[in-house]
Every structure is written in structure tokens, then in C-alpha cells.
Design a protein around this ligand. Structure first.
Ligand code: SF4
Ligand code: SF4
Length: 179
């Protein structure tokens, strides 16, 4: 496999600095609303807070890859005297919980680093985090060229899981006829 240069974008999360204000959820969901900024609903956010104020637990988690099935992992982690479930750290849109799913369609959500707006120098959640719990870094790395599963494929895969391949194919055929 050949090597290519790739810009690696990293959002560093310092959970000690997060106070659970949820500004990151507000701006992410507003940015991804259709039309943009027409609403804000944290259920549409690609960053979610695992939030338990009574235990002083505030854990921002970014939406990652879609997972077809839930995993068996149910370990517990104790960090700085606070207990976390394994799922708390998980970035997957998976069948075992409600987060990282578009509330209307049930389609999986994934953080896109706000890339569809080149005017943004930094991801919006980072800009809106006034406590510096989220910080942004960019670096260049040489990586092996990979065949990336595009978002559209991930969406299609989850629709096939939900409605079955035949139904999805029938719908596509019907849409093609209308064009
Ligand atoms: S980087 Fe952009 S898309 Fe990702 S969680 Fe933050 S605001 Fe949402
Ligand atoms: S904006 Fe920053 S401080 Fe507020 S909840 Fe999000 S990560 Fe935490």
C-alpha cells in the first residue's frame, strides 16, 4: 500500500475542565440543523455529554463510527475516584443506546469536524467551549492510503439494517424512475 500525507485533526478533551455547560452540544446541533442554525436540539449533536452532576461527572464524547450490533463490553473504570461505565467512553452509534442517532430518521450521526464550512478555523464545539476543556490541534502524518467508508455508505448500511435490503433497493429504484 502506498503512503500519503494526511492532515490529522485532533480535539483534545480535558475532562477536569468540563463543567457540563453543554454549549458544545448546542452549537453542534445548531450548525447541523437544516437550514443551518434554524434550531438547536442536543439529540442532533455529534458531541454528547455524559453528565451526572451529583457525582461531578462531565464527560464530552464525540460521535464516531456506526456499529451494527452492540458489543459485550460492560467493564467499569475508576478514574480519579469516579466510576465510569465502558459505554460512557464509546463513540459508536449502536443499538444499545439512544445517543448519536438522528432523532427523526434514526440514522447514525458522526462528527465531521465541521468540515462543510471552510470558514471555520477550528471546530465550532472547540470555539464555544469557554473552559478550554476542548482544544484543537492539527498535524501532518504519513499514513497508508486507505479506502475510506464514506458517510453515505454508513447511512445506507444502517438503512439496510433497519428496513432490509429489498425495501431499500425498491425505494432507490422508485426514486430513479421519478428522476
Ligand atoms: S467538531 Fe463540529 S461536528 Fe464535531 S462535534 Fe464539534 S461541532 Fe460537532
Ligand atoms: S462546552 Fe466545554 S465545558 Fe461546556 S459541556 Fe462542552 S466540553 Fe464541557
Amino acid at each position: 500500500m502506498s503512503k500519503v500525507k494526511k492532515k490529522v485533526k485532533v480535539i483534545k478533551i480535558d475532562i477536569d475542565k468540563c463543567n457540563g455547560c453543554r454549549a458544545c452540544e448546542v452549537i453542534c446541533s445548531a450548525f447541523h440543523a437544516n437550514p443551518k442554525y434554524s434550531s438547536n436540539n442536543p439529540a442532533r449533536s455529534r458531541i454528547r455529554l455524559i453528565r451526572e452532576p451529583l457525582r461531578d461527572v462531565y464527560l464530552p464524547v464525540y460521535a464516531g463510527e456506526y456499529a451494527k450490533a452492540e458489543c459485550a463490553g460492560r467493564d467499569k473504570y475508576v478514574l480519579d475516584g469516579k466510576e465510569y461505565a465502558e459505554c460512557d467512553f464509546c463513540r459508536a452509534s449502536c443499538p444499545s443506546r439512544d445517543i448519536f442517532k438522528e432523532p427523526d430518521s434514526g440514522l447514525p450521526l458522526k462528527c465531521d469536524m465541521c468540515e462543510d464550512d471552510p470558514a471555520q478555523e477550528k471546530p465550532l464545539c472547540v470555539q464555544w467551549c469557554l473552559n478550554d476543556a476542548l482544544t484543537y490541534e492539527e498535524r501532518e502524518e504519513e499514513v497508508e492510503e486507505e479506502v475510506k467508508m464514506e458517510d453515505v455508505e454508513i447511512g445506507l448500511e444502517s438503512m439496510v439494517d433497519k428496513y432490509g435490503l429489498q425495501k431499500v433497493m425498491d425505494t432507490v429504484a422508485r426514486m430513479a424512475k421519478k428522476e
